[in-house]
Design a binder for this molecule. Structure first.
Ligand SMILES: Cc1ncc(COP(=O)(O)O)c(C=O)c1O
Length: 368
C-alpha cells in the first residue's frame, strides 16, 4: 500500500499541554497575565513596540483598519489574490476595497498597479499588502506609494509569522501588522486567535479599547467597541508555540529547498520565487502548472493531499460582488486561479515525503 502524504500537521507536545493546564488551573480565563506576556513576547519577536492580542486574524485586520481611521466612505487598496478576510473587514467598516493585481512570481501586490490605483482613488486611506504564502510583499515600493498619497499601511501578515524583508520582520514594516493563529498557520494558539503589532502607541491604545467594549485603562467606555479579546488559555498555548516558530520555519525552508532541488528539472512546473531581500517562511509551497487539475487528480489518486489557495479571487466572490457596484478585471489574478497548486508543507514533513510528492509529479509529466 502506498503511504499517504498529509498536507499539513499540527504539533501539540507535552509542554504545550502543560502550559494550557496551568492556565486552566489558574482560573484566570480572560484579561489575565498570560495575554500580556504573549503580547510582549510577540511584539519582541516582530521588533514592534506594541502587540494587541485578539480572537482571529480577521479581527486583527478589522481593528487595525479601524484604529488607523478607516471608516464609512473611505477606500482601501488590497490585492485580490488572497484570502477573503484581507478584504471583508474593509466592507464591514463601510469602506470600499480597491482591488489590485499581483506580481505573478511573488504573488504579492504589484507595486505599479498599486501606484496607479492610488492615483485614481481620491478617498483612499490605507493599503493592505498581503505577505501571501509566507513571502513578504515589496514593502519599499509599497511605502513609497503610501508616502506619496498619505496612506496608512496595514500589513496582512496572517501567513508570514517570522518572515523578514531586508532583515526586518513582517509586522514591523508598515503602520500595523496583522497575524492569524488559525490552526494551519506557521504557529497557532490551539484554536482561533490573532494579534496586531505596531510601533504607534495611539494606534495600539485605540485597538485595545475597540477590542474591549471601547474601555480605556480606567474601565470607562470611551468609544464604541465589541469584544475581540484573546483568552488566557489561548495565550498560554501561543507562548509555547512562539518559542518553536524559528525552528519550525527552518523546517519549512528545508522542505522548500528539497522541493526546489527535485523539481527544478520539471520544466512544466513553475516553482515559487524567493526574492533575495526576503526570508520566505513557506506557509504554503505553491507551484503553477498548465495541467493543474489533472496533476492534482493524479497526486490525490496516490494519497497526496494538495490545496488551491484560492479557488476564487476575492473580487469575484459572490459576497463581494453583491456589495460593489462594479469589480475590476485583474488578468494576472484571474489567470493564476487555474494554475496554482499548494503541495504538502509543514515543519515536520520528511525528505521521504517530499521525494514521494516529487516522484509522482515527475511520473505525471513523464507519462504525458
Ligand atoms: C491572508 C489571510 N488573511 C486573513 C486571514 C484571516 O485569519 P483568521 O482565519 O484567523 O480570521 C487569513 C487566515 O485564515 C489569511 O490567510
Amino acid at each position: 500500500m502506498t503511504e499517504s502524504v498529509a498536507f499539513t500537521d499540527i504539533k501539540v507536545d507535552d509542554e504545550m499541554v502543560a502550559r494550557v493546564e496551568e492556565a486552566l488551573r489558574s482560573g484566570r480565563f480572560v484579561k489575565g497575565p498570560l495575554v500580556e506576556q504573549f503580547e510582549a513576547a510577540f511584539a519582541d519577536a516582530c521588533d514592534a513596540e506594541h502587540a494587541v492580542a485578539v480572537n482571529s486574524g480577521t479581527d486583527a485586520i478589522y481593528l487595525a483598519l479601524k484604529s488607523v481611521g478607516v471608516g464609512e466612505g473611505d477606500q482601501v487598496i488590497v490585492p485580490a489574490h488572497t484570502f477573503f478576510a484581507s478584504a471583508s473587514p474593509i466592507l464591514e467598516l463601510g469602506a470600499e476595497p480597491v482591488f489590485v493585481d499581483v506580481d505573478p512570481l511573488t504573488y504579492t501586490v504589484d507595486v505599479d498597479h498599486l501606484g496607479r490605483a492610488a492615483e485614481r482613488s481620491e478617498d483612499a486611506e490605507a493599503i493592505v499588502p498581503v505577505h501571501l504564502y509566507g513571502h513578504p510583499a515589496d514593502m519599499k515600493g509599497i511605502r513609497r506609494v503610501a508616502r506619496r498619497h498619505d496612506l496608512a499601511v496595514v500589513e496582512d501578515s496572517c501567513q508570514a509569522h517570522g518572515a523578514t524583508y531586508e532583515g526586518q520582520p513582517t509586522g514591523s514594516l508598515g503602520d500595523v501588522g496583522c497575524f492569524s493563529f488559525y490552526p494551519s498557520k506557521n504557529m497557532t494558539v490551539g484554536g482561533d486567535g490573532g494579534i496586531l503589532t505596531t510601533d504607534d502607541a495611539e494606534i495600539a491604545r485605540r485597538a485595545r479599547e475597540y477590542r474591549n467594549h471601547g474601555r480605556n485603562d480606567d474601565g470607562e467606555h470611551v468609544r464604541l467597541g465589541l469584544n475581540h479579546r484573546m483568552d488566557d488559555v489561548s495565550a498560554a498555548f501561543g507562548l509555547e508555540q512562539l518559542s518553536h516558530l524559528a525552528d519550525w520555519n527552518a523546517g519549512r525552508q528545508r522542505a522548500a529547498e528539497r522541493y526546489r532541488d527535485r523539481l527544478e528539472s520539471v520544466t512544466a512546473v513553475r516553482l515559487p520565487t524567493e526574492r533575495d531581500d526576503v526570508d520566505h517562511v513557506y506557509h504554503l509551497f505553491v507551484i503553477q502548472s498548465d495541467e493543474r487539475d489533472e496533476l492534482r487528480d493524479h497526486l490525490e489518486s496516490q494519497g497526496i493531499d494538495t490545496g488551491i489557495h484560492y479557488e476564487t479571487p476575492v473580487h469575484q466572490t459572490e459576497a463581494i460582488r453583491a456589495e460593489m457596484a462594479s469589480v475590476p478585471t485583474l488578468p494576472r489574478t484571474e489567470r493564476l486561479v487555474d494554475r496554482i497548486l499548494s503541495l504538502p508543507m509543514h515543519p515536520r514533513i520528511t525528505d521521504a515525503e517530499v521525494d514521494r510528492v516529487c516522484d509522482e509529479i515527475e511520473r505525471f509529466y513523464g507519462e504525458r
